[in-house]
Design a protein around this ligand. Structure first.
Ligand code: S3P
Length: 434
């Protein structure tokens, strides 16, 4: 067994494997699932959510919606959400706890601004340290009254007048900010337009059927305050960001081939495929289909030698959650891998640039850290050591893959946080590594 998780110490221990081989069904996509739950709650009637994840973040979304008076039930494996329309929420009796989930907090804030009741949004220590002015500022422009605690949650949204539409140019590429403003726009007077210079994940636009307009290289995405959201069935594809750990493990292992089934392949999420191919990875996509407005397919990855790559600019938002595992791929590849224009990573569940630089150094890699990224010289001879998840699921999962390619024992402290997006990660990784 090359990966073991010990619950008592909350550590995972990884040892060097010689092959990564097998078939994995990654968990359902949390980004899409959270949006589906929110849109179902404001939909007219009952929506069915198929393949809804059991991971902590989407469960935080459901918990908050229940607190807002939305009935949510299980029907076999599916989830039924009894939508009450755009003005159907009732006042929560306590602060809404968004747990570790930035998407829950930022998107729900868009739906709670300008309601007839006030609400408070809070979360765990990580979420309470992340920047929330980026959503409070545009919501205030629409007429909302919001107070923060030095730029962070708890977010206090006062009951307020009806919001008004606006044009808003995103100051940073962020699908969470974009979605927050678009959701607020659904209840605002007039039209709300979000302008993005660098595209970020477009699930919200797809799910609301909003056709973006291209103008001078920017994307303009508009919603009308008169729109209603129909109830419907949503089938959630499997999560590309969860598959990414297995893509890199499969490509960088000495031997083996891995098949990842029914993975979401939205181009605004899956730029890692092209980057890994540029690094020399052998990737084949089969059984392409469309599911709930999202492209889906099976990914076949074979072990192959990797070479360094440079990733920057417009590619970064299209693989924002895959940068930690790309840094691991860089340590295992021949030559220099440089990741730039990724300063946003410093504002994730932890500072992912700092966390990955420190952890990879602990395994013996040569890493240069920049304000907006990092560079790693490979191939590094990795030696097992203790590394820290910093309670960030993607850091924990990425370091496990590094541990599979290191000699000795790599101990990942605080490993249970993987359950934020991937509840049985340790067992799944153990089942394909040998
Ligand atoms: C997400 C958007 C991204 C991503 C996060 C989920 C979303 O954040 O990192 O894990 O569901 O919209 P930003 O949009 O803030 O970059």
């Amino acid at each position: 067994m090359n990966i073991r998780y010990d619950k008592a110490s909350d550590r995972a221990v990884a040892t060097r494997c010689t092959q990564v081989d097998g078939i994995v069904d990654p968990p359902p996509d949390k980004s899409i699932a959270q949006r589906a739950a929110l849109l179902a709650a404001i939909g007219d009637g009952t929506s069915r959510l198929v393949n809804f994840p059991s991971s902590a973040d989407p469960q935080s979304t459901l918990r908050c919606l229940r607190q807002l008076g939305i009935a949510i039930e299980k029907d076999g494996e599916d989830i039924l959400v009894r939508g009450k329309g755009l003005d159907g929420f009732s006042a929560p009796d306590a602060p809404l706890d968004c747990g570790n989930s930035g998407t829950t907090m930022r998107l729900i804030a868009g739906l709670l601004a300008g309601q007839k009741f006030g609400s408070v949004l809070t979360g765990d220590a990580s979420l309470r340290s992340r920047p929330m002015e980026r959503i409070a500022a545009p919501l205030r422009k629409m007429g909302a009254r919001i107070a923060l605690d030095t730029g962070c949650a708890p977010l206090r949204i006062e009951r307020g007048p009806r919001l008004h539409g606006m044009n808003y140019r995103l100051p940073m590429p962020s699908a969470q900010v974009k979605s927050c403003v678009l959701l607020a726009g659904l209840r605002a007077k007039g039209r709300t337009t979000v302008i993005e210079t660098l595209p970020s994940r477009d699930h919200t636009e797809r799910m609301l059927n909003l056709a973006p307009r291209e103008a001078e290289g920017d994307r303009h995405i508009s919603v009308e305050g008169t729109m209603s959201v129909p109830a419907r069935a949503w089938t959630v594809p499997n999560d590309f960001s969860a598959a990414a750990f297995f893509m890199v493990a499969g490509a960088a292992a000495p031997h083996g081939a891995i098949l990842l089934r029914k993975v979401g392949l939205n181009p605004t999420r899956s730029a890692l495929i092209g980057v890994l191919e540029e690094m020399g990875a052998r990737i084949r996509i089969a059984n392409r289909e469309e599911s709930g407005g999202e492209p889906v397919g099976d990914l076949h990855i074979e072990a192959s030698p990797l070479r360094g790559v440079r990733v920057d600019g417009a590619r970064i938002p299209l693989m924002i959650d895959e940068i930690p595992i790309l840094a691991v791929a860089g340590a295992l590849a021949t030559g220099r891998t440089e990741i730039r224009d990724a300063r946003e990573l410093r504002f994730k569940e932890t500072d992912r640039i700092g966390a990955m630089a420190e952890n990879l150094r602990r395994l013996g890699a040569t890493v240069e850290e920049f304000d907006d990224g990092l560079a790693v010289e490979g191939p590094a001879a990795l030696h097992g050591n203790v590394v820290e998840s910093r309670r960030d699921h993607r850091v924990a999962m990425a370091m496990a893959v590094a541990g599979l390619m290191a000699d000795g024992e790599t101990i990942i402290e605080g490993a249970s946080c993987a359950a934020v997006s991937f509840p049985n990660y340790w067992e799944t990784l153990a089942s394909v590594a040998s």
